[in-house]
Design a protein around this ligand. Structure first.
Ligand SMILES: Cc1ncc(COP(=O)(O)O)c(C=O)c1O
Length: 392
């Protein structure tokens, strides 16, 4: 029987991922935590029902959800994590934890589309003002912060257009004015960018992507840098009646064990494919922050320790029918909206773009690629064949 390992901070990522959330002595020697499918927790004493800091209802989360939260903190740091039923649910939970009627939130113009929809509909309906800012604003955010500003919501690199924000400068400006900061840190999987080391208060993860890694369940998490922030998100989670399904938490925890290996492979393969795309005459620009040609490469290099496998490419102008022929004929790349799984995906995404603070200008169609676990040489050959259909 092994013993529980609690302080994992001295270990490297791969080791932390292998050890996090394990406590065999508590579970008959089982290497991983059990999956409790329960609503009800029965308690022996009357005083247990109300007066003790113990679990009293399954919705609060059992061993597997706790182990997952512990593992997420072991990856990204912070005081604690709260799970959500999806990545989008984690974005909205984070916003609801800090927003106030009569106050406003500043949101990056490059935010994930459904987060933007939530801000423009439900948040506004409940009296929260929303203003979008240019993702390249950096310390200039100070000028937008007013007496009513409650939070800044960042996402870096941004959805679809991959601008890297000067998140430390934004966090500094917000902190100086007592404004909370949130970052959707899904692209880095909590591995390549450390929000809490840069003074950001909350990190959002769509665990559906790299943590799960197998495209077969939804989950999200909000991590907080400080205990008060963690308590605030936990309270909001309870008020909303959210929960995280035990079987899905188990799948995410299982995915985490191999995440470092997958992420490394996918990051390297994506960069190889990004270089290939840069060499093609059909391509106007490749939006991958690890490429020296990316406008935010210097910020990315300063703040990130690596790249994941999602990026975009702007093609030179091309007829719609030719683009459809290219995409529909691909053998390995499939068209689908998620990313971070084992399967490579590609989507045309101009129709999903909404920008109101920093207009998007492009030479031609925008495509997003998520690189999976296939061999990069096979993926490049698939794209090469696609480019020949684009030309004909
Ligand atoms: C940046 C980002 N955040 C959040 C989400 C939402 O995750 P989920 O699909 O689990 O709701 C996505 C989904 O694509 C995303 O790309």
């Amino acid at each position: 029987m092994g013993k529980a390992v609690r302080d994992l901070s001295k270990y490297r990522l791969e080791t932390r991922l292998a050890l996090a959330g394990r406590d065999p002595a508590r579970f008959d020697g089982a290497v991983g935590p059990p999956v409790h499918r329960t609503t009800t927790i029965v308690l022996p004493e009357v005083s247990d029902l109300y007066d003790k800091p113990i679990k009293t209802y399954g919705l609060d989360g059992m061993a597997v959800q706790e182990a997952l939260c512990e593992a997420l903190v072991a990856v990204e740091g912070g005081a604690g994590a709260v799970l959500a039923p999806s990545g989008l649910g984690a974005c909205t939970l984070a916003l609801l934890s800090v927003a106030e009627a009569g106050g406003e939130v500043l949101v990056t113009d490059s935010v994930y589309g459904p987060t933007r929809r939530f801000c423009d509909t439900l948040l506004k309906r409940f009296g929260v003002g929303v203003r979008y800012y240019d993702p390249r604003i950096g310390g200039g955010i100070a000028k937008l912060i007013g007496a009513n500003t409650k939070a800044v919501f960042m996402e870096s690199p941004g959805s679809l257009t991959f601008e890297v924000q000067d998140a430390p400068a934004i966090a500094d400006a917000a902190r100086a004015r007592g404004v909370a900061t949130i970052i959707d840190n899904t692209w880095s999987a909590g591995v390549h960018f450390k929000p809490f080391a840069h003074g950001i208060d909350y990190s959002v993860q769509a665990l559906t992507k790299y943590q799960l890694g197998h495209a077969d369940a939804f989950m999200g998490a909000v991590l907080a840098g400080a205990p008060q922030g963690w308590a605030r998100v936990r309270a909001c989670y309870k008020q909303l009646g959210l929960g995280a399904a035990p079987d899905d938490a188990y799948l995410v925890l299982r995915g985490l064990r191999t995440m470092a290996l997958r992420l490394r492979h996918q990051g390297e393969a994506a960069l190889e494919i990004a270089h290939f795309l840069e060499s093609r005459s059909e391509v106007a620009r490749v939006l991958h922050p690890a490429l020296p040609t990316h406008p935010d490469h210097a910020v990315w290099k300063r703040d990130f320790t690596g790249a994941s496998g999602v990026f975009a490419v702007v093609l030179k102008p091309v007829a719609e029918g030719r683009l459809a022929a290219m995409l529909e004929g691909l053998d390995l790349f499939a068209m689908g909206f998620s990313w971070g799984g084992y399967e490579s995906l590609i989507i045309p995404c101009d129709r999903g773009l909404v920008r109101t603070a920093a207009p998007w200008r492009a030479e031609g169609p925008l495509l997003r690629l998520s690189i999976g676990l296939e061999h990069p040489a096979d993926l490049i050959a698939d794209l090469e064949a696609g480019f020949s259909r684009l030309a004909n």
